[in-house]
Design a protein around this ligand. Structure first.
Ligand code: MTE
Ligand code: CO
Length: 390
C-alpha cells in the first residue's frame, strides 16, 4: 500500500497552491469536511419548530466542552433577539432595595469562570417505555457543557439585600414564552450564576444572549435564558413549568415535584447508531460521557456483553464538579456481536440504574428525569442499533 499510495507519491493541490489568506474568514468556521457535524431536529417530536428542540451531535464530539455552535437549543417561543443596550435585569420582591441593572452594571461585579453541564429534564424522555430513537444525538443530545463567564447570583442578590423572610427566587425570561421558574434561595446563594459568556465569547442568541441564569446540576428548564427579572419570595410560585411540566407522574397517581438535581448518568457516544464501527475487528476505541447533578464522577464501568461483565473505563480530561466527564475503554474487538453499556457512579456513591430498575420505582408515565443505562447492539458488520436487554 505505502509503495503506491497516491496521497503520498503525488503532489496534491493543497501542497502545490497557497490557501486562503487571513482576511477570508473573519469568524472561523469548521472545515468543510465536517459539514455533517450539526444539531438535528426530530420533526415529529413537536408541532412547530418555534417551540421545539434540536440535539447536540454527541457522537461527533470529544473531550468535555461543547462547541458553541453545536449546543442543543430548547426554546418555547423561538430564540429572542435582544440588543444588550436595551436589556435590563430587575430584582424585586422581598428585598431591602429593588434594583435594575444594565448589562454594563453587571459587568462591574467580580467575574467568575465555571464549566457546567446543562441537561434538559426531558433528555432521554422518549426512551421511558422502550428503545425508540436511533442515535445518541437523539437519545442523549439535550446536553451541553461549556465554560460560563458571569457574576455570582449571590453577589447581586446581596446588593439588593434579601429579607430574612426570602426563601425562593423566581427567575423570568424576556422572550415570548413566559418562562418562569422558582429556585430555592439556598441554591441561588450557593453556586448560581448570571452569565453573559460562553466558552470565552458572548452567549449565543440561542443560549439566551445577552444574559442567562446558570443553575449548576439542576434541570435545564430552570436555566432561564434572556433573563430579565428575579423576584425574591417566601414560597415557590407554582408556575406552569414546575407543575404540569417537569414533574414525574408516578404509578400511584402522585407526582414527583421539584426534581431539581439531575441524577448520575452516562452514555457511550462511539460506537453508536450514528457512529458505527467501520474498521473491522481488532483495536477499538469506545468512548462516552458521564455526568451527575450531585458533583463529580468517581467511576464509569463499561460492558460489551449487555451488563454481564463490567470493566472500569478510563476517565480523561478534567474531572470538574457538575461538568461532563469523558471516558474511554480500549479493547480488541473479536468481531462478534456486542451489547454496549456504560454505568456511571458519582462522588456521592449514586450508581446509574438500569431502565428496568427505574421503571420499577417510577412506573412508565414519565417523560422526564430518565437516567437509565443505555444499550447499543453492534452486529458483526459494526452497525449499531438502540436496543434494550432484560
Ligand atoms: N429560558 C427561556 N427564557 N425560554 C425557554 O424556552 N427553555 C428552557 C431553558 N431556559 C427556555 C429557557 C429549557 S426547557 C432548557 S432545557 C434550557 O433552557 C435549554 O438551554 P439551551 O437552549 O441553551 O440548550
Ligand atoms: Co428543557
Amino acid at each position: 500500500q505505502a509503495a503506491g499510495d497516491p496521497v503520498i507519491t503525488e503532489v496534491q493541490d493543497w501542497n502545490r497552491y497557497p490557501g486562503d489568506g487571513v482576511d477570508v474568514h473573519p469568524y472561523g468556521m469548521p472545515s468543510q469536511f465536517e459539514a455533517d457535524v450539526v444539531r438535528r431536529n426530530v420533526a415529529w417530536l413537536t408541532a412547530d419548530p418555534i417551540s421545539s428542540i434540536n440535539f447536540t451531535p454527541l457522537h461527533s464530539l470529544d473531550g468535555i466542552i461543547t462547541p458553541n455552535g453545536l449546543c442543543f437549543e430548547r426554546h418555547h417561543a423561538g430564540a429572542a433577539v435582544i440588543d444588550p443596550k436595551e436589556h435590563r435585569l430587575m430584582i424585586n420582591g422581598l428585598v431591602d432595595k429593588p434594583l435594575i441593572f444594565t448589562m454594563e452594571d453587571l459587568k462591574r461585579f467580580p467575574r467568575y469562570n465555571r464549566v457546567y453541564f446543562l441537561e434538559c429534564a426531558a433528555n432521554s424522555g422518549m426512551e421511558w417505555r422502550g428503545a425508540q430513537l436511533n442515535g445518541c444525538q437523539f437519545t442523549h443530545g439535550m446536553l451541553h457543557c461549556v465554560m460560563y463567564t458571569g457574576v455570582l447570583l449571590k453577589d447581586i442578590l446581596n446588593e439588593a439585600g434579601v429579607k430574612t423572610s426570602g426563601k425562593w427566587v423566581l427567575a423570568e425570561g424576556a422572550d415570548a414564552s413566559a418562562m418562569t421558574r422558582s429556585i430555592p434561595l439556598d441554591k441561588a446563594m450557593e453556586d448560581c450564576m448570571v452569565a453573559f459568556g460562553q466558552n470565552g465569547e458572548a452567549l449565543r442568541t440561542e443560549q439566551g444572549y445577552p444574559l442567562r441564569l446558570v443553575v449548576p446540576g439542576f434541570e435545564g428548564n430552570m436555566w432561564v435564558k434572556w433573563l430579565r427579572r428575579l423576584e425574591v419570595g417566601d414560597e415557590p410560585w407554582q408556575q406552569r413549568e414546575e407543575t404540569s411540566k417537569y414533574t414525574d407522574l408516578l404509578p400511584n397517581g402522585k407526582a414527583r415535584r421539584f426534581t431539581f438535581a439531575m441524577d448520575v448518568k452516562s452514555v457511550i457516544t462511539n460506537p453508536s447508531p450514528q457512529a458505527p464501527i467501520t474498521h473491522g475487528k481488532g483495536r477499538t476505541v469506545l468512548t462516552g460521557l458521564a455526568w451527575s447533578g450531585h458533583g463529580t464522577i468517581k467511576r464509569v464501568d463499561v460492558s460489551i456483553d449487555g451488563g454481564r461483565n463490567w470493566h472500569t473505563a478510563r476517565i480523561d480530561g478534567p474531572s470538574l464538579s457538575l461538568a461532563l466527564h469523558r471516558f474511554y475503554y480500549e479493547f480488541d474487538w473479536d468481531g462478534s456481536d456486542l451489547y454496549l453499556q456504560s454505568r456511571a457512579i458519582d462522588e456521592k456513591g449514586y450508581v446509574q440504574p438500569t431502565k428496568n430498575e427505574l421503571r420499577a420505582t417510577r412506573g412508565e408515565n414519565s417523560i422526564y428525569h430518565n437516567n437509565g443505562i443505555q444499550t447499543w447492539y453492534v452486529n458483526k458488520d459494526g452497525v449499531a442499533e438502540n436496543v434494550e436487554v432484560s
